[in-house]
Design a protein around this ligand. Structure first.
Ligand SMILES: [Zn+2]
Length: 493
């Protein structure tokens, strides 16, 4: 058996002021850069990435694996047409070059939006079918934040989805997709798909699968990845894509249509029955800092999660409201990660460790509503931005995010150390701070620009976590005026 594989990952945030270009797919950042052919084995075999799971499966089952290309870009705004067309063409040409094949495995995200196509993943699948026909079996793995569309379910023969948020099972999902593809090819039969689209839009911060209501929902999914006994998955959606088909989706596969319908209906009911607990209030910046200051003094830091300014959800990671409130409150022994300001980082590297400089931090990417923060800083640590991740989610991966610096704010009566970066990165892994020598266990307060992913690596070292809705481009407060394209009848949580 010979299977071609490719990865094309983007979570598109229509509210982000940062366009997504072809160069963004090529460049390495918190994720690997565009990788082609045999080099994919070296980068991904041991990585917690779906295509890594495919490679593991192929090796275990002695399948001839033909990985052709993998590319991702950090979540941001609409993908430029030339970027989308360019990556699509490279993948399709790559698959054509390794024919004949028995099947295709695709590592996609499911929330890709381009300048021209609302459903970028669906359009990619349409081009794939146009080129290689309907007969070739195609299995797709998607991110838990996919906005699944009817087209995706019609164009892929089988889809399976991450079941954890934080995403600890990315490679496992690629492995499962490969098992389903292998079964489909071996049996020589396509399953029927049952697709449900619950009329809800769920904010990211309540989608966490290590707590209710999603923990028990995901516990309902069948463990056994077999089309004979039924395969089913749930995507919770990515609101900031702002498309007509925004929001959660449920897919079930079985050789019997009656069975796939039953499985899908049960999960659909289970999700809708959790509606009231899928919304949860967030702190204002002021209330969060006041509350946090009451709680400090335990053995571990208090974490403030700046949930609407998150690189991994397409925001700019340079909004400053929470920083300003922390400074006004005169907080001590506080660290903040990660703030994207390549100019500040460049100056920090010029003046060197112990050197001081004044600048307006931020105000590079976010437009006139975000004027940045004026201050004087002393350089505490410098790095070339290449470091190995140490947590479970990013297992097997290395960051290469350009120069970074730890800078201490010295012009105000407070004590805050800021991790400043050249490229945007979500602090999902302790190494985002520790690569600059920051001792996390000694902090009173730790401010992370992350919604949920940080929990996997940081929850064990925190006394308490407070979620803060400060301004940013990855909204967790969902209001109807933000989503003009959403189909009618969807309830915003
Ligand atoms: Zn995700």
């Amino acid at each position: 058996m010979k299977i071609a594989a490719a990865g094309f990952q983007h979570e598109t945030n229509r509210f982000s002021p940062i366009p997504t270009t072809y160069a963004d797919f090529v460049r390495e950042d918190g994720w690997p850069g565009l990788t082609e052919g045999a080099a994919i084995w070296d980068v991904f075999l041991e990585a917690n990435i779906p295509i890594g799971g495919f490679l593991k499966f192929a090796r275990a089952k002695h399948i001839e694996a033909m990985p052709v290309l993998w590319a991702s870009a950090e979540p941001a705004g609409l993908i430029q047409d030339n970027a989308f067309d360019g990556v699509c063409a490279k993948i399709l040409d790559g698959i054509a070059a390794v024919q004949p094949i028995d099947g295709i495995y695709l590592d996609l995200h499911g929330a890709m939006v381009t300048e021209t196509y609302e459903d970028g993943d669906g359009e990619f699948l349409r081009r794939l079918r146009d080129r290689f026909g309907r007969e070739i079996p195609v299995a797709v793995s998607l991110d838990l934040h996919a906005n699944i569309t009817p087209e995706m379910t019609q164009l892929a023969d089988v889809i399976t989805i991450f079941r954890t948020y934080p995403h600890l099972d990315m490679a496992q999902t690629g492995y499962r997709a490969s098992e389903l593809l292998h079964e489909m090819i071996t049996v020589g039969r396509r399953p029927t798909v049952s697709f449900r689209k619950p009329p809800l839009l769920i904010p990211l911060h309540t989608q966490c699968t290590t707590m209710e209501p999603c923990q028990s929902l995901y516990a309902m999914l069948p463990d056994d990845s077999s089309l004979n006994s039924g395969s089913a998955d749930i995507a919770l959606g990515f609101p900031a894509s702002d498309i007509e088909q925004n929001g959660p989706g449920i897919i079930a596969y079985h050789y019997s249509e009656k069975q796939s319908n039953q499985i899908a209906d049960k999960l659909d009911e289970a999700l809708i029955s959790r509606e009231s607990s899928l919304s949860s209030p967030l702190y204002s910046s002021q209330d969060a800092v006041t509350e946090a200051l009451k709680k400090i003094g335990g053995s571990k830091p208090i974490i403030l999660a700046d949930v609407q300014d998150v690189a991994g959800a397409g925001s700019t990671t340079e909004t400053t409201e929470l920083l300003e409130v922390l400074v006004k409150a005169g907080v001590r022994n506080t660290a903040l990660a990660a703030f994207c300001d390549k100019d500040a980082v460049a100056i920090a590297h010029q003046v060197g460790i112990g050197g001081e400089f004044s600048c307006r931090l931020g105000a590079k990417l976010s437009g006139p509503d975000h004027p940045g923060f004026e201050g004087t800083f002393r350089v505490a640590a410098l790095s070339n931005g290449q470091f190995r991740f140490t947590g479970e989610m990013m297992a097997g991966l290395t960051a290469n995010i350009g120069l970074t610096a730890a800078i201490d704010l010295i012009s105000h009566d407070s004590e805050i150390r800021i991790v400043a970066t050249t490229e945007r990165i979500q602090p999902v892994d302790r190494a985002t701070l520790t690569h600059l020598g920051i001792d996390l266990t000694k902090l009173d307060l730790l401010v992370l620009k992350s919604v949920v992913h940080f929990r996997a690596d940081f929850e064990p070292i925190a006394d308490e976590i407070l979620l803060v809705a400060a301004p940013g481009f990855s909204p967790c407060v969902l209001t109807a005026d933000k989503f003009p394209r959403l189909r009618p009848g969807v309830r915003l949580l």
